[in-house]
Design a protein around this ligand. Structure first.
Ligand code: PLP
Length: 368
C-alpha cells in the first residue's frame, strides 16, 4: 500500500504533496488522518517488538518528508538528535569540514567533539568554493547549512557536493531554513539531509522534532540503517503526539511558506531604507531576514532594545513558526563570534505585513 501511495503521488506538485502524503489507505469508512498510537510495546511475533524501534505514528510523517525530499526519512526527538545521528557516522579520529558560522548547536557539538579528541574540524566559509574544495581532501564529512543560521550565507550545494564526492567525503546538508519546497539537497548531490522539524515543517512553535533523509540507493540505504540503529540505541525518539502534530502542521507548509516568504521579501526592502539598520542580510528567498542595528557603540544595546520594543513580533529564540519572532543572536551562549553582536534574526511569520512593518518601524524609530 505504501508503494502504491508513493506511485500515485509521484507526479504531484510539492504543494499538493504536503496535503496528500501520509494519509491512511482510502477505504470506505476509513479516517482521513492517521491515528495516534500511544504504546511502548507490541504483541510479540509482529514486525516490531518495542516502540523505541518504531511507532506507526512516525511513519506517515517520515513518508511525507521522505517523499518531499526525494529519499527516506527517519524521525528523531529533535533537530539536534538528528544532527548527532549524522555526526556519529564520522569514525573516531575522523575529519569534519563545517561552516565557521552555522547553527550554534552544531558548532558547539563539533568544537566539544574536537576538544575531546573524537574528531577534528576544518572550519570554512561555505561561500568560498575553493577553500571548501581544499578542505574536503581527506575529510570524512562535509557539513553544510544553506542558508546558514543566522548569517544567511548560501552555499553552492551541487558544486560543493561534487568536490566532496571527488575526495570521497560524505555530504550532509541542514535544510531547515529552505525546506524541501525551496531546496532539495539530495537532488543536488547531498548524501544526507537534516531538518529541525521544530521549525517550518511543523510550523507552529509547539513541538521539538528532527529528521534525517537519505537517498533510496545503496549508499543511502546503508546510512539510513546506521542512523536508524543509532536512534534505537541512543533512544532519541519522537513522542507519537508530537509526530502527529508535525504531520498536521506540514499540511499548510506551502501556504505558510508562500506568505512568510512574500512578507520577508517586502520587509527586507523596507528595512534597507531605515536609518537604524546598517545592513540587511537576505538571500533573496526564504523567510528569514537578519539585520544589523546601527548604534552609538557596537549596536548591541540598540539591537536588544529593538527586540524588547515590539508587540506583534515575539522576542524569542527559534524560527519557522506562523508567529513572527526576533532575537539578537549573540545573546545565545555558544553563538559563533563571526555573528555580529548587533545582528537581529527575524523569522518572518504569516501575519499581515503592514502590521509587521508598523511594529518593527515603531520599535526602530523609538531607538531615536
Ligand atoms: N539546525 C538549524 C539550522 C537550527 O536552526 C536548529 C535549531 O534552531 C537546529 C538544527 C536544531 O534543532 P532542534 O532545536 O529541533 O534540536
Amino acid at each position: 500500500m505504501e508503494q502504491q501511495n508513493h506511485d500515485a503521488h509521484a507526479d504531484l506538485s510539492p504543494r499538493t504533496k504536503v496535503v496528500a502524503l501520509g494519509r491512511p489507505e482510502r477505504t470506505p469508512g476509513a479516517s482521513l488522518n492517521p491515528p495516534v498510537t500511544f504504546t511502548s510495546t507490541y504483541v510479540q511475533d509482529g514486525p516490531v517488538n518495542y516502540a523505541r524501534v518504531a511507532n506507526p505514528t512516525w511513519t506517515p510523517f517520515e513518508e511525507a518528508v521522505g517523499e518531499l525530499e526525494g529519499g527516506r526519512a527517519l524521525l528523531f526527538s529533535s533537530g539536534m538528535a538528528a544532527v548527532q545521528a549524522v555526526l556519529a557516522l564520522v569514525p573516531t579520529g575522523g575529519v569534519v569540514v563545517a561552516p565557521a558560522a552555522a547553527y550554534n548547536g552544531v558548532v558547539v557539538s563539533l568544537t566539544e567533539a574536537e576538544r575531546d579528541g573524537r574528531l577534528s574540524v576544518r572550519w570554512v566559509d561555505v561561500t568560498d568554493e575553493a577553500a571548501v574544495t581544499d578542505a574536503v581532501a581527506g575529510a570524512d564529512l562535509l557539513w553544510l547549512e544553506s542558508p546558514t543560521n543566522p548569517l544567511l550565507e548560501v552555499a553552492d550545494v551541487p558544486g560543493l557536493a561534487r568536490a566532496a564526492h571527488a575526495a570521497g567525503t560524505l555530504v550532509a546538508v541542514d535544510n531547515t531554513f529552505a525546506t524541501p519546497l525551496l531546496q532539495r539537497p539530495l537532488e543536488d548531490g547531498a548524501d544526507v539531509v537534516v531538518h529541525s522539524a521544530t521549525k517550518y515543517l511543523a510550523g507552529h512553535s509547539d513541538v521539538i522534532l528532527g529528521l534525517t533523509v537519505t537517498a533510496d540507493d545503496e549508499v543511502g540505504r546503508g546510512l539510513h540503517d546506521r542512523m536508524a540503529r543509532h536512534r534505537t540505541l541512543g533512544g532519541a525518539i519522537a513522542g507519537p503526539m508530537e509526530a502527529w502534530l508535525a504531520l498536521r502542521g506540514l499540511r499548510t507548509l506551502s501556504l505558510r511558506l508562500e506568505r512568510a516568504c512574500a512578507n520577508a521579501a517586502d520587509l527586507a526592502d523596507r528595512l534597507r531604507t531605515h536609518p537604524r539598520i546598517s545592513r540587511v542580510r537576505y538571500p533573496g528567498w526564504g523567510a528569514i531576514v537578519s539585520v544589523e542595528v546601527a548604534g552609538d557603540g557596537d549596536g548591541a544595546a540598540e539591537a536588544e532594545a529593538l527586540t524588547a520594543g515590539t508587540h506583534v513580533w515575539s522576542p524569542s529564540t527559534s524560527l519557522g513558526g506562523v508567529e513572527s519572532q526576533l532575537e539578537r543572536r549573540r545573546r545565545q551562549p555558544g553563538e559563533p563570534e563571526a555573528v555580529p553582536v548587533n545582528l537581529v534574526r527575524l523569522s518572518v511569520g504569516v501575519e499581515d505585513v503592514e502590521d509587521l512593518w508598523a511594529d518593527l518601524r515603531g520599535a526602530l524609530d523609538s531607538l531615536g
